[in-house]
Design a protein around this ligand. Structure first.
Ligand SMILES: [Zn+2]
Length: 192
């Protein structure tokens, strides 16, 4: 140990701050008991069941809005809209990020202009939608917390595909294929 350890420098302070953030996020996840869902969409469904308030995901064309994802809280449910025209990997990150805002209780709503609101909600007045969305945008600290939480969520769901990539015995592979035929590898119906 050198003398610098007695007074933390900026990098050390950042490290401690991140550690504290991660611990806070871990506590939230532990309290939720979301199990081991196969992907971030199943995770949303599981979080909904665990909290007694459903989290619904929907792909939307958000290209002109300047945002890739959006959380909208209504009286009944939390809706996570994500960019339809981007890669699956990017979509998973977007959904994880929005889910993180929900779990961290951030209450933002994105920063949308009237044109975007008109596209997303053609039957509603922009002012009504703004009221629905509540406070627009998030604080930088909230964004940082959401990113930490999102990466933890993604680590959690991505552990499984890695484990499943071990060679599967022939009969087990057939069973797996049958299950996928019945359940479908993608329950969100996003495939073209
Ligand atoms: Zn955000």
């Amino acid at each position: 140990m050198n003398a610098a350890s007695s007074r933390p420098n900026a990098r050390q302070r950042r490290g401690r701050h991140l550690k504290a953030l991660r611990r806070g996020c871990e506590d939230i996840l532990t309290a939720l008991d979301v199990g081991d869902p196969p992907d971030v969409f199943a995770l949303c469904a599981q979080v909904g069941r665990s909290r007694g308030r459903s989290v619904r995901t929907a792909p939307v064309d958000l290209r002109d809005s300047g945002v890739y994802g959006l959380w909208i809280a209504t009286h009944e449910a939390d809706f996570v809209l994500y960019e339809a025209r981007t890669s699956r990997l990017h979509q998973e990150h977007i959904v994880a990020h929005e889910l993180a805002h929900i779990l961290c209780d951030h209450h933002g709503g994105g920063d949308l202009d009237d044109a975007t609101i008109g596209t997303l909600f053609p039957h509603l007045e922009p002012s009504t939608v703004r009221g629905m969305l509540g406070r627009c945008g998030y604080l930088a600290a909230e964004e940082q917390e959401a990113e930490v939480m999102a990466s933890m969520l993604l680590t959690r769901v991505r552990r499984r595909p890695a484990e499943a990539s071990w060679p599967v015995p022939a009969e087990a592979a057939q069973t797996l294929a049958r299950i996928e035929n019945v359940v479908g590898p993608d329950v969100q119906g996003e495939r073209p």
